[in-house]
Design a protein around this ligand. Structure first.
Ligand code: UDP
Ligand code: MN
Length: 282
């Protein structure tokens, strides 16, 4: 039996450069290896190089080039007013994927540890609390419904926020914008609060270690939130060890980092090598 829902729903991510594209590749592989029944979609910016786009096309069902500067729509206008909104506006483009009825956005620095298709039972806008300020949701994993109308409203909101004067939680990141737009998330409907194991940030591991010890093994999605991303470390495939960050960083999420690198080295590097040979890309 053909289940329409399955092809009508997708996991969506974003990569505006080759570094984040590496993350998107590992994310796709992790979703597939846990047998997702949904489509995988990548939004890419114009700075993602062709070989990287080619690999993304092999791993994702759809790869959409999003060039906010070229779009000629109100996103362009909003960008004229507030030029540092570039990546945020690119992320908002996920609302234009109206050939899907429901999607789950996942940051390119997330990694799936088990099947998370049950996220599609949730409604817009469902997300997990941010570990730094739990009355805000973290925008690394969220359930949404593509809609031109919502997209338009978001852009309108975005271009007006300059005059909002302190009302926006964070001046221009997508998380601040989305929290301001979906401002009743904290209080309106508890079913829109995803359990923290759907977006476990490494920050939470040290800020509440006993909880991590208790619940960490149930984690379904790990989010490498913050400055140091997995691709910034180096990896020794012989010893299967990760180096490069401070010792503190490595202690934070050693197994998750290793898992990321294991997928990258076994499933992604071979595909990149097909495209660019042995040129250094790490
Ligand atoms: N992103 C991107 N290019 C950038 C910065 C961010 O494509 O230069 C995308 C990517 O999907 C990333 C998401 O936007 O995962 C959010 O940024 P990031 O994960 O760096 O923020 P954090 O989760 O650390 O707050
Ligand atoms: Mn992130």
């Amino acid at each position: 039996m053909c289940n329409f829902q399955l092809i009508d729903q997708a996991f969506v991510t974003l990569a505006t450069n080759d570094s984040y594209a590496k993350g998107a590749m590992v994310l796709a592989k992790s979703l597939r290896s846990h047998s997702t029944s949904r489509k995988l979609v990548a939004l890419v910016g114009p700075h993602v190089s062709e070989p990287f786009r080619n690999v993304l096309s092999k791993m994702y069902d759809e790869v959409h080039l999003v060039d906010v500067l070229d779009s000629g729509d109100s996103a362009h206008l909003a960008l004229m007013k507030r030029p540092n909104l570039g990546i945020t506006l690119t992320k908002l483009h996920c609302w234009t994927l109206t050939h899907f009825s429901k999607c789950v956005f996942m940051d390119a620095d997330t990694l799936v540890l088990s099947n998370v298709d049950d996220l599609f039972e949730r409604e817009e806008l469902s997300a997990a609390p941010d570990p730094g300020w739990p009355d805000c949701f973290n925008s690394g994993v969220f359930v949404f419904r593509p809609s031109e109308e919502t997209y338009g409203k978001l852009l309108q909101f975005c271009s007006n926020t300059g005059s909002f004067d302190g009302k926006l939680y964070v001046s221009c990141g997508d998380q601040g914008l989305l929290n301001s737009f979906f401002s009743n998330w904290a209080t309106a409907d508890i079913s829109k609060h995803l359990p923290f194991i759907y977006n476990l940030s490494s920050i939470a591991i040290y800020s509440y270690l006993p909880a991590f010890k208790q619940f960490g093994s149930d984690a379904k999605v790990v989010h490498f939130l913050g400055q140091m991303k997995p691709w910034n470390y180096s990896y020794d495939p012989e010893t299967k060890s990760v180096q490069g960050g401070s010792a503190e960083h490595e202690l934070l999420h050693p197994n998750y980092l290793l898992k990321w690198w294991d997928i990258f080295s076994t499933s992604v590097i071979p595909l990149l090598k097909e495209q660019i040979g042995d040129q250094p890309f790490l």
